[in-house]
Each structure stands twice: as structure tokens, then as C-alpha cells.
Ligand binder design. Structure first.
Ligand SMILES: Nc1ncnc2c1ncn2[C@@H]1O[C@H](COP(=O)(O)OP(=O)(O)O)[C@@H](O)[C@H]1O
Ligand SMILES: O=C(OP(=O)(O)O)[C@H](O)COP(=O)(O)O
Length: 400
């Protein structure tokens, strides 16, 4: 396997248009960034290139607008947080290709930073369409991929561009891969994985491989609801992908075969509205009312998760156990995070967690700094853990 070309191999970037793919898919509320970790982690690389006199053109996605220009998925509200992290102004262009982008790029002086609008406003992005990748490439002289957390996507801005321009791994891309390899290449067993969150359809398949790699798999959040439904339990109005019941059943069988213990919630905190402080009750997972929504794991489930963490020597975690942004539905996530942090502090656990919202949840719990390593990546981290090649990483490997 050949190595990456890194920024050290890029030569002088003075006066060059540096198309840098970053992941600005950050938690936002009311038009403001609520957790800037992903921004903070790439800011030094942006500054490094700008300080060399490179003209930085940032490419990123936000949400999943599926080729449509949805105002709620604009990257413009990220500009103030980005500018604050960089300590310098950041220009913005209303499109990532075409006349708007061209004009904004042409106006850059050496050391300037420009953010282009959401790449996913164009259907060609997710299709890795050659014509769209060409249109993106027209605005750069070199390409830097600094978006490890989007490296599991073979999209035009994460993969296609690497074949069109001299391509280099960013500092954070390198650092993520180094840290994950160091922390998890030969993990002390037992290994426990916690997988929760809301991206059920895009993450459920990887559980089938994951059960062969870990000893205990805790399933939480929206992912758990899908498994509970597959077992015939009532899930009311909960976030649940009913058509994935068969996949859930298959994963349970794979886990049994691999000797991986699966832990599902036994009790749940249920509300009738997806809202902070919504009236709620704790019920058994056998008794979720028809109009109820599971928004968190209950205390018995938390106790079981904490006991399972105590058995483990290594923890990997992606996806909150509940809707942690809405108090009091953060209780299970906060308790598990603090428990894992305490075990890590005591030297009993290697703990690695990742994902845009998971990092926000760990910060919210005050637990992030105690974890052995916090990755910015969720899905990409899990796919890396499965042993899958990440298209965004593979495309950077030096040829010849
Ligand atoms: N039971 C639940 N019902 C609805 N949403 C949930 C539930 N549990 C977790 N979530 C949501 O999952 C989201 C995070 O999921 P995901 O994007 O998969 O994680 P990450 O960004 O860390 O990879 C959070 O916004 C959280 O509110
Ligand atoms: O937030 C992201 O991933 P994550 O939620 O798994 O951490 C990345 O930006 C990838 O987004 P996507 O899952 O819509 O491709």
C-alpha cells in the first residue's frame, strides 16, 4: 500500500488556488454553530496554507439536500464560526461551481480564505459525476483533503477531485488515521462498541461486520428502536426504520455466530413531542405507548451499559444514546460518557469516540477531554474500524 502525499510534499503554495475539502457538517441550532470541534480541528491547516500565501478555497457539504438548493442546508451560517476560529475574514460564494464560484476565486489575494456553498446542492456531488468534478477542479491548482469524517463517501469533492489535481492529505486527515491506528490497531479485549444516533439506514449495514470485531455491542438511540421493532416490541412514533427489520434480525444472527453480545435498551424515556422538557415517562420497552416517542434510554438500560463498560478494556463509540440536545433526554448519553471518562481516567479503559454529534454530546457531558481519543468522524470511523477502504483516503495514495 503506497503512502499519502501530504502537505509536506506539496511544495510552495504561494499564489496557488488550494481547493481544500473540509467537513463543516457541524451541529447547528437557530442558525448558530453549537459545537465547533470540526472547525477547530481543521483551522490550523487552513491557517498554515494561508500563511504560506496559498489562496484557500474551502469545499464542504451540509446536511443531505440531495441535489436541491435547500436554504436550511446553506453553509453561509458557518462563516462566522469559521472566521472566529481562523482569526481572519472568510469570504463566501453562493455556489461551489459556475460563475459565482469563479468570480469569488478570481477575487482572492494570496493568503485569503473563501468558503464555497454546499457541494450537495448539486446532484453530481454524491454521484461523483465526472463533469461536476471537472467543474469543481476548475477552481483549484492543488487539492487537499482534510475531511476524514467524509472519507467514507466516494463523492466528487471527496474522491473525484483527487484524480484531477495534484492531491494531498491534510494535517488532520493524517492525524486522525495515525491516532486511530495507534489506539485501535491491536485493542485490549474485551472490546465494547456503542452505536446509537439517528443515521440508521447509513450505519446499520456496517454492524454486520462490526459484530465480528467487538465482544459487546451496545445499540442505542434511533438504531435501537429499529432493533426493538424487529423483535416485535412497540415503538410508537419513535424514530425507527421499519423496513430494516430484516437487516436487524440478520445482524443479531451474525452477532450470535461471532460470539458478540448485543445489548439493547430494556427501558426507555418516552415523550409525545420531540421537544426539550416535553412531558415524559419511563417505561419498559414492552410498554411504549402508541403515541409515544422513545427519546432516551432508561435508568435500567444505563446501569446495564455501565456494567458492560466495566467489563471492557477498550470502548469505541459512535452515536448518542438519546436525543441529547433536548433536556432531559441527554441523561443516558451523559451518564455513559461520564462513566467511560472515569474508567479511562482510572487507567482501566482505552476509549475512542467519534462523530459530529457524538463529539458534541461528549463536550456537553464534560467528558471529551478524558477520552483517550476523540475523532471528528462517525460513519467514516466505523467503516475504518470494519477494515473497509475509505474512498477519500485511497484516492490520496501516491501513485507509482
Ligand atoms: N431516540 C432517538 N430519537 C431521535 N433522535 C435520536 C435518538 N437518539 C439519538 N438521536 C439523535 O441522533 C443524532 C446523532 O446521530 P448521528 O448523526 O448518527 O451521530 P454522529 O453525528 O455522532 O455520527 C442526534 O442529533 C440525536 O438527537
Ligand atoms: O457528519 C458526518 O458523519 P457522522 O454523522 O457519521 O459523523 C459526515 O459529515 C458525513 O455526512 P453524511 O453521513 O451525510 O455523508
Amino acid at each position: 500500500m503506497s503512502a499519502f502525499r501530504t502537505l509536506d510534499d506539496a511544495g510552495s503554495l504561494r499564489g496557488k488556488r488550494v481547493l481544500m475539502r473540509v467537513d463543516l457538517n457541524v451541529p447547528m441550532e437557530g442558525g448558530r454553530v453549537t459545537d465547533a470541534t470540526r472547525i477547530a480541528r481543521v483551522a490550523p491547516t487552513i491557517r498554515e496554507v494561508a500563511e504560506q500565501g496559498g489562496r484557500v478555497v474551502l469545499l464542504a457539504h451540509f446536511g443531505r439536500p440531495k441535489g436541491k438548493r435547500e436554504a436550511k442546508d446553506s453553509l453561509e451560517p458557518v462563516v462566522p464560526a469559521l472566521s472566529e476560529a481562523l482569526g481572519r475574514p472568510v469570504a463566501f460564494a453562493a455556489d461551489c461551481v459556475g460563475a459565482d464560484a469563479e468570480r469569488a476565486v478570481a477575487a482572492l489575494a494570496d493568503g485569503d480564505v473563501l468558503l464555497l456553498e454546499n457541494t450537495r446542492y448539486h446532484a453530481g456531488e454524491e454521484k461523483n459525476d465526472p463533469a461536476f468534478a471537472d467543474a469543481l477542479a476548475a477552481n483549484g491548482d492543488v487539492y487537499v483533503n482534510e475531511a476524514f469524517s467524509a472519507a467514507h463517501r466516494a463523492h466528487a469533492s471527496t474522491e473525484g477531485l483527487a484524480h484531477r489535481l495534484p492531491a494531498f492529505a491534510g494535517r488532520e486527515m493524517q492525524a486522525e488515521l495515525d491516532a486511530l491506528t495507534k489506539g485501535l490497531e491491536a485493542p485490549s479485549r474485551p472490546v465494547i462498541a456503542i452505536v446509537g444516533g439517528a443515521k440508521v439506514s447509513s450505519k446499520i449495514d456496517l454492524l454486520e461486520n462490526l459484530v465480528a470485531k467487538v465482544d459487546i455491542l451496545v445499540i442505542g438511540g434511533g438504531m435501537a428502536n429499529t432493533f426493538l421493532h424487529a423483535e416485535g416490541k412497540p415503538v410508537g412514533k419513535s424514530l425507527c426504520e421499519r423496513d430494516l427489520a430484516e437487516t436487524a434480525t440478520r445482524i443479531r444472527a451474525a452477532a450470535e455466530k461471532a460470539g458478540c453480545r448485543i445489548l439493547l435498551p430494556v427501558d426507555a424515556v418516552v415523550a409525545s413531542e420531540f421537544k426539550a422538557q416535553a412531558p415524559h415517562e419511563t417505561v419498559s420497552v414492552d410498554a411504549v405507548p402508541e403515541g409515544g416517542m422513545i427519546l432516551d434510554a432508561g435508568p435500567q438500560s444505563v446501569a446495564a451499559i455501565e456494567a458492560a463498560i466495566d467489563e471492557a478494556k477498550t470502548l469505541v463509540w459512535n452515536g448518542p444514546l438519546g436525543a441529547f440536545e433536548l433536556a432531559p433526554f441527554d441523561a443516558a448519553t451523559v451518564a455513559a460518557a461520564r462513566h467511560a471518562a472515569a474508567r479511562t481516567r482510572a487507567g482501566a479503559l482505552v476509549s475512542v469516540a467519534g462523530g459530529g454529534d457524538t463529539v458534541a454530546a461528549l463536550n456537553h457531558a464534560g467528558a471529551a477531554t478524558d477520552f483517550t481519543y476523540v475523532s471528528t468522524a462517525g460513519g467514516a470511523f466505523l467503516e475504518w474500524l470494519e477494515g473497509k477502504a475509505l474512498p477519500g483516503v485511497e484516492a490520496l495514495r501516491a501513485k507509482g
